[in-house]
Design a protein around this ligand. Structure first.
Ligand code: ADP
Ligand code: MG
Length: 283
């Protein structure tokens, strides 16, 4: 296998690799590593090449992630490649996954949800401005930057561009990917682009507001049936304390027709975010 545009081959020359795993994926393990020259502590994702279904897709992921420079997207600093592995040296996030903090948002109230969603929409708007659809937006793929800080005071960082695709001219993608809870109806119809990411944002916001997914059933196939008809409710008791603006934004994201769905950029200008400026005295 040829080396991609001169990635360095010996990561241990530059980094002291920690043995303790801090995360794992289908073909990778993530550990801490310290830059020998600067002392900077990073996260290194070691991808086992023999397990990767497509090296081409991995290099595409790397090229995309390399060009991302946004406060709510994990930075990719360097890439190394040796005989058996590709190593992605990333900004280290120490606070774990948003997935494990959903309860903090739910009990913390709308202000906390707003702080999370502003960062989430910002990361998605940035990807879309660069013609990249992430395609796997979910609370597992947002990490908290800081270790011992409350959710409302830390920064969320989007990870895992493994399923991301640069959009073709038509803005449509055809492969089926994703996780049932968060998947948009047009993904199931195999014709989708950026709006599908916004749908997933709507699902995340719904979950952060009430602690459970909008489309839920015991079997994945039943979840998908509910998504196809766009059937969800906001009639549970928990919704009585949620503002109309918040509900309106969720509905705008869970709009069935992709071209009528709100964009991530417009979501950032929604009334609901306006309310934050008023509450904090910025207006
Ligand atoms: P995969 O593509 O194999 O799913 P991910 O990129 O999702 O791999 O990483 C796997 C896990 O490793 C994540 O779910 C997360 O818990 C952890 N992880 C990934 N990147 C970082 C990082 N920059 N800082 C801290 N932990 C991380
Ligand atoms: Mg992952």
């Amino acid at each position: 296998i040829e080396m991609e545009d001169g990635y360095e081959t010996n990561i241990e020359e530059r980094f002291t690799m920690d043995k303790t795993q801090i995360g794992d994926g289908a073909f990778s393990v993530v550990t801490r590593a310290t830059n020998k020259a600067t002392g900077a502590v990073r996260a290194v994702k070691s991808v086992l090449k023999s397990r990767v279904p497509s090296m081409e897709a991995l290099h595409a992921e790397i090229e995309m992630a390399k060009n991302m420079d946004h406060p709510n997207i994990v930075r990719l600093y360097a890439v190394y490649e040796d005989q058996r592995h590709v190593y992605l040296v990333m900004e280290l996030c120490e606070g774990g996954e948003l997935f494990d903090r959903v309860g903090d948002a739910f009990t913390g109230g709308e202000e906390v949800v707003r702080k999370c969603m502003r960062q989430i929409f910002a990361s998605v708007a940035y990807c879309h401005a660069h013609s990249i659809a992430h395609r796997d937006l979910k609370p597992e793929n947002y990490l908290l930057h800081d270790k011992d800080k409350p959710l409302a005071e830390t920064t969320l960082k989007l990870i895992d561009f493994g399923l991301a695709k640069r959009l073709p001219e038509s803005g449509h993608l055809k492969t089926r990917v994703g996780t049932p809870y968060y998947v948009a109806p047009e993904v199931l119809a195999q014709n989708y682009g950026e709006p599908a990411d916004v749908w997933s944002c709507g699902v995340m916001m719904y979950i952060l507001c009430c602690g459970r997914p909008p489309f839920n059933a015991d079997k994945d196939s039943d979840i998908l049936k509910l998504i196809k008809i766009g059937k969800y409710s906001m009639s549970d008791a928990c919704w009585s304390s949620v503002s109309d603006n918040a509900k309106h934004l969720i509905k705008s994201c869970l709009e069935m027709v992709p071209r009528k769905r709100i964009t991530a950029q417009d979501a950032l200008h929604h009334e609901w975010f306006h309310a934050e400026a008023v509450a904090s005295g910025a207006l």
